[in-house]
Design a binder for this molecule. Structure first.
Ligand code: IMP
Length: 200
């Protein structure tokens, strides 16, 4: 079977990608199957930079077609923070709850109409030395005042997608996968994957 390496160590994100791409007929490998690669430092100052860096390092190490992502939450009132620092907003080693709490504290007293936010996911597909495809998905919504729901991960309990009365953490994984930033990015990168794997 054809293989694709998913360049993430985040089990939640890997699970979402596996469901979003289950129909591609491609075996999806994850980084825990390549322990020799070790930790890839995400030190670029953009999501695009980190996705491209991860794709390049993993492709170089595995020589297999690689799909890398970087994602984050951008809050308008906070000048698009936490953005590229989403996973470590409350400091190194912060838990998802720590990050949500810090965001809620920083938005304390801010009225609902000024709590707009968006999740962004940037995907980079690299299968040859001489070309890469980069696509982006966005999910818009607002940050609510206290967490709701137990599903998903990260900022899901405090993010209410536009047009929804439930947070991402109150949705099933199927519902989240129908509207998430990750789903949007996969929709756009899919033709690149299909055209690459068709020729193999
Ligand atoms: P990274 O892409 O692994 O650097 O992680 C980005 C961080 O953004 C995650 O640790 C989460 O805190 C947050 N994040 C990214 N995507 C999602 C999502 O779908 N739901 C909730 N939080 C997310």
């Amino acid at each position: 079977m054809k293989q694709l390496v998913l360049a993430t160590n985040n089990k939640h994100k890997a699970g979402e990608f596996q469901s979003l791409m289950s129909d591609l007929g491609v075996e999806i490998l994850t980084l825990d199957q390549f322990p020799q690669i070790g930790e890839i430092v995400e030190d670029a100052d953009t999501l695009e930079g980190n996705a491209e860096k991860k794709a390049a390092e993993v492709f170089r190490a595995t020589h297999l077609p690689t799909l890398a992502d970087d994602s984050g939450l951008e809050v308008h009132y906070l000048n698009m923070e936490p953005g590229v620092f989403s996973s470590r907003y409350a400091g190194p080693g912060a838990t998802y709850a720590d990050n949500c709490n810090k965001l809620l504290v920083n938005l304390r007293g801010v009225p609902p109409r000024r709590r707009a936010a968006r999740f962004r996911c940037v995907l980079c597909f690299l299968a040859r030395d001489d070309g890469r495809s980069v696509e982006e998905g966005v999910c818009r919504g607002v940050i609510i005042e206290s967490p709701r729901g137990n599903n998903g991960f990260g900022y899901d309990p405090i993010f209410l997608p536009d047009g929804s009365s439930r947070t991402l953490a109150e949705m099933s994984s199927i519902e989240k996968n129908s509207l998430s930033h990750r789903a949007g990015a996969v929709r756009l990168i899919r033709p690149h994957l299909i055209s690459y794997f068709q020729t193999k």
